[in-house]
Design a protein around this ligand. Structure first.
Ligand code: RP5
Length: 165
């Protein structure tokens, strides 16, 4: 779902981040949460970042998921420019396997929070689940869908292990 007016903005520093961040988009699709994905680079397109982050609340977004790799300024800079909750996804980098991304996103000084997730695909999916949980606080139907999604996940876990196919 990529509505013009969406509840969740998924932003990323580069086209190369999409392979990771698409898991956030797919998770929101499963939960019926509207979202829009945008490439916004803190260092290559700083004016785009300022315009996006300053206008995010007025644009109707309620939560921002921001993925970036390497010297990953994007989530922190976005959080500095908007009062909306920002969840940061460290994208796995080639040089340092995402350790650089993780540390640069998670170590925010007190005052400007970024909720930081795991490196890579798991972090992207969990950022979407957290965004949905925030939205579900004021959306009963979404809360019901989120409960059902979690129950289905639980139901898929076997009691005993079997041989992998
Ligand atoms: C960051 O630099 C992006 O978030 C990306 O993870 C990383 C590498 O970008 P590309 O060189 O692949 O465009 O800004």
């Amino acid at each position: 779902m990529t509505d013009q007016r969406a509840d969740v903005a998924i932003i990323m520093g580069s086209q190369s981040d999409w392979a990771t961040m698409r898991h956030a988009a797919e998770t929101l699709d499963l939960l019926g949460v509207s979202h829009k994905s945008l490439i916004v680079s803190a260092h290559r397109t700083p004016e785009r970042l300022y315009d996006f982050a300053r206008g995010a609340r007025a644009a109707g977004y309620k939560v921002i998921v921001a993925g970036a790799g390497g010297a990953a300024h994007l989530p922190g800079m976005t959080a500095a420019l908007t009062p909306l909750p920002v969840f940061g996804v460290p994208v796995e980098s080639k040089a340092l396997s995402g350790q650089d991304s993780l540390l640069s996103i998670v170590q925010m000084p007190a005052g400007i929070p970024v909720g930081t997730l795991a490196i890579g695909k798991a972090g992207a999916a969990n950022a979407a689940l957290l965004a949905a949980a925030v939205l579900a606080l004021s959306d009963e139907a979404l809360a019901t869908r989120l409960d059902a999604w979690r129950a289905a996940q639980t139901a898929k876990v076997a009691v005993e292990p079997g041989d992998e196919a």
